[in-house]
Design a protein around this ligand. Structure first.
Ligand SMILES: Cc1cc2nc3c(=O)[nH]c(=O)nc-3n(C[C@H](O)[C@H](O)[C@H](O)COP(=O)(O)OP(=O)(O)OC[C@H]3O[C@@H](n4cnc5c(N)ncnc54)[C@H](O)[C@@H]3O)c2cc1C
Length: 457
């Protein structure tokens, strides 16, 4: 008789406690709770065992034991996947959050980043040498999860996406072996990792290109809601002619008094500080901002500002649509988002892919959508004791539907929910067949279930 799931889990746990330091293999207690607590407080999955990995050998042991005992595994790093794919009920969670080392080679401008490091860890390490990294806009997000998915961020107009700054990675594969991959070594794996997330193995360490930005300017402009359409219309014209060095994240946020506001969060990453000051000042003239805090800053401070808006523990539902540009239809949808806002925390955030990030050929990475576009993130966010969860979810759906007429096929795989099958089918465009071939080669048994891949045709 084949063993039951609890028997397999129990044998797995015994095996792990024999093969690594027993205190790293936790099934209860504070370390277990830390491993299973992620950003979205609504995710209640309880893994059967959490392995608090200290290095690649622990990851290898965990992968091998999970396979031997036929227990599903998940990978947890920064814990920011809103859909909770870092955890599964009764499974084994490989917790990388103890592997956060960052070592910088300032001459080569390269950071060696452990698999559980956050974006804030990388930026803090780089800043010690007057350098910075292409990250997303929040600091507490895992650098590997962000990078392997795509990584839209405030420097992407000039320095491309996080994924384009990945130079090589050490990966524990489904059979427990380790491979170093880059453009020369296992190039197909390296290609697939860049956009298709953790579907091929566990990245225990990666090399990331760093950049020197002598005149970083950034901050926040908040415009009262009655100015929304004027500001967004002016912004659309301005973005049409803006240089690579200017990346503007914008959208709808509840203002300090709880009513909706239009926010612009511009970042100037050019070398010419005066040109940057002029560009940011122009944004301020699109309306009469109620808050205007822009000027010289550091990447660490930029990321910390976003972290403060999105703390761990609230309940979350995210929808995403990518659209070609800030058309009148998109502006109307953003207007609807503010008019119909149901929660004092919900937001719509628009990230742009333009400039250098849009000039990367579509076949260079598994992520194929390189035409300039806007990736909208519709974030319904509420307190755990809020009884209006259904209203907040409905708000996100309404805003997403309002964008449907303009939306490009597919969407940002890192943010697509597991049941969005129609969008998932288009998420990798013409790269789909090649991607699925790499999956067949490196993980034919689907040991790694990460952000969803399109179904095989
Ligand atoms: C507040 C917030 C802000 C965000 N901002 C941005 C942004 O500005 N730009 C952007 O592009 N995205 C952004 N995201 C999306 C984010 O990049 C993804 O959700 C990403 O997957 C989070 O990685 P994580 O390690 O924090 O999450 P986790 O939940 O720990 O991991 C999610 C999955 O990523 C994979 N993974 C993570 N680390 C590894 C690894 N070392 N090896 C193999 N697989 C791994 C695994 O499949 C894992 O299950 C944001 C998300 C949130 C919640």
């Amino acid at each position: 008789m084949s063993p039951t799931a609890p028997q397999r889990l129990s044998r797995l746990t015994d095996t792990l406690r024999r093969t690594m330091r027993a205190e790293r293999v936790v099934t209860t207690g504070p370390d277990y709770d830390a491993g299973r607590t992620i950003w979205n407080g609504a995710v209640s999955a309880r893994p059967g065992v959490v392995v608090r990995c200290a290095g690649p050998a622990d990851v290898q042991a965990a992968v091998r034991a999970a396979r031997t005992h036929d227990v599903p595994l998940t990978v947890r790093a920064g814990g920011h996947d809103w859909a909770g794919r870092a955890l599964s009920d009764g499974g084994l969670t490989i917790d990388l959050s103890g592997m956060r080392q960052v070592t910088v080679d300032p001459v080569a401008q390269i950071a060696e980043v452990s698999g559980g490091a956050t974006a804030a860890d990388v930026v803090a390490g780089a800043q010690l040498h007057g350098l910075t990294a292409a990250t997303g806009s929040a600091g507490s997000v895992g650098m590997a999860g962000l990078t392997l998915g795509r990584g839209y961020g405030p420097l992407s107009g000039r320095f491309k996406l996080a994924v384009d700054n990945l130079l090589s990675a050490d990966v524990v594969l489904a059979d427990g072996s380790v491979v170093t991959t880059d453009h020369e070594r296992e190039p197909e794996l390296f290609w697939a990792l860049r956009g298709a997330g953790g579907n091929f193995g566990v990245v225990t360490s990666m090399r990331v290109r760093l950049h020197r930005v002598p005149a970083l300017l950034s901050g926040l402009l908040l415009f009262p809601w009655e100015q929304a359409q004027t500001v967004l219309t002016g912004l659309a014209d301005l973005l049409d002619e803006s240089p690579d060095e200017l990346t503007v994240q914008y959208g709808v946020l509840p203002g300090p008094d709880g009513t909706p506001a239009v926010f612009l969060s511009p970042t100037w990453s050019g070398d010419d500080r005066a040109a940057g000051e002029r560009a940011l000042a122009r944004l301020g003239t699109l309306g009469a901002p109620a808050v205007s805090q822009v000027g010289p800053t550091t990447t660490s401070d930029m990321l910390a500002g976003i972290d403060a808006l999105f703390p761990f523990g609230r309940h979350v539902e995210i929808r995403t649509r990518s659209v070609p540009s800030l058309t009148p239809g998109v502006r109307t949808a953003l207007g609807l988002a503010g008019d119909a806002l149901t929660s004092p925390y919900s937001a719509v955030s628009v990230h742009s892919l333009h400039g250098a990030a849009a000039r990367v050929p579509a076949t260079d990475t598994a992520f194929a959508h390189r035409v300039p576009h806007l990736m909208t993130e519709i974030i319904a966010l509420w307190d755990p004791d809020d009884t209006r969860a259904a209203d907040h979810r409905a708000w996100a759906d309404t805003v997403a539907q309002a964008l449907d007429a303009e939306a490009l096929p597919g969407g940002y795989a890192n943010l697509l929910g597991p049941d969005e099958t129609a969008r998932i089918a288009h998420a990798y465009g013409p790269n789909t067949a090649r991607l699925l071939e790499v999956k067949r080669r490196f993980d034919p048994d689907h040991v790694f279930q990460a952000i969803p891949l399109p179904p095989a045709s």
